[in-house]
Ligand binder design. Structure first.
Ligand SMILES: Cc1cc2nc3c(=O)[nH]c(=O)nc-3n(C[C@H](O)[C@H](O)[C@H](O)COP(=O)(O)OP(=O)(O)OC[C@H]3O[C@@H](n4cnc5c(N)ncnc54)[C@H](O)[C@@H]3O)c2cc1C
Ligand code: FES
Length: 280
């Protein structure tokens, strides 16, 4: 370990996007490292530790594609002390960044395969990095068909509406949205994602990898549905969110049995989770 592993780099907020219009408060922050430093190399699925000075530090998944070298993007749901303080910040304010940490989505391993991305709410944030990477014109031909099912509580809770035209227009890509309850002028699906998989996703039991991110209950029900269809546990990829402190595999705060989620995760296949103690 280097002596400065715990020392955050200074970054400036260059844009803040209010994503949600409901009381589920989610904002996207675009950040730039100070001193004209280029964005560090990272892989989709990795996270960073962000410091709000004088308040505290918290982990957030990187939400941009590694090919975007201009800015670092995170999307943050207001839940408590650090996230509320971050939501108060605006363009020109400074934060501290450490990372990137953790393993990554196996998008390199899954070249030539079809991919399905199923997200619930803020779970779309880390997946956005993988989606943008796979749909990048320089990478698109390396993958088969891409299907997405994005679930939100209501139309006001939808994330990244500015990305949707770009995603929808990419060749061989299908994007479906669902909300929990019917509402006027909503023309897409209604219902929880696990109940829609059979009808809305063309599922195959081989040649497709399934990426699932969202609240624990959504992940559990989607995985159960996929297993029911006959998808193999090793073809299902998900992420774990444990409380974290160091992010470096040193403090032991995030361990599940012998595994540190900050270092060995946060990305795991369902097969790997089956082999771990049920402590998550
Ligand atoms: C690897 C990783 C990636 C993450 N990526 C994102 C992201 O992209 N966007 C995002 O909005 N959030 C993300 N989170 C969750 C985020 O780190 C927490 O919401 C944040 O730490 C809360 O800090 P706080 O001080 O605002 O809340 P606190 O005041 O510490 O807690 C508020 C409430 O949230 C609960 N909570 C806090 N942290 C967690 C956690 N890790 N898991 C479950 N419950 C928790 C607490 O129990 C409490 O009920 C990620 C977490 C991890 C581990
Ligand atoms: S957060 Fe310290 S070991 Fe994982």
């Amino acid at each position: 370990m280097q002596r400065d592993d715990y020392l955050p780099k200074e970054a400036e907020i260059i844009e803040v996007i209010q994503e949600t219009g409901s009381n589920l408060n989610i904002k996207t922050f675009h950040l730039r490292l100070k001193g004209n430093e280029k964005v560090f190399d990272f892989e989709p699925g990795q996270f960073l530790m962000l410091t709000v000075y004088g308040v505290g530090e918290a982990p957030f998944g990187l939400a941009s594609s590694p090919s975007d070298k201009d800015k670092i993007v995170i999307s943050v749901k207001e839940t408590g002390k650090v996230t509320a303080a971050l939501h108060e910040l605006t363009v020109g304010d400074e934060v501290g960044l450490r990372g990137p940490y953790g393993n990554s989505f196996p998008v390199e391993e899954h070249k030539e395969q079809e991919l399905v991305f199923i997200s619930g709410g803020i779970g779309l944030a880390p997946l956005r990095s993988a989606i943008d990477y796979v749909l990048d014109p320089g990478n698109r031909e390396n993958y088969g068909r891409v299907q997405m099912l994005q679930a939100f509580r209501s139309p006001e809770d939808m994330l990244y509406d500015y990305d949707q035209p770009r995603w929808e227009e990419t060749t061989n890509t299908e994007l479906k949205y669902t909300i929990d309850k019917p509402c006027e002028e909503w023309e897409h699906c209604v219902g929880f994602p696990h109940n829609l998989i059979k009808d809305e996703i063309e599922c195959l039991t081989s040649g497709i990898k399934y990426y699932v991110c969202g609240p624990p209950i959504m992940i559990k029900s989607v995985i159960n549905e996929l297993l029911d269809i006959g998808v193999k546990p090793e073809d299902i990829i998900t992420t774990l969110e444990m409380r974290m402190s160091c992010g470096l595999g040193k403090c032991g705060k995030c361990n599940i049995g012998p595994h540190y989620v900050c270092k060995d995760g946060p990305v795991f296949s369902y097969q790997e989770l089956l082999e771990m103690p049920d402590e998550y």
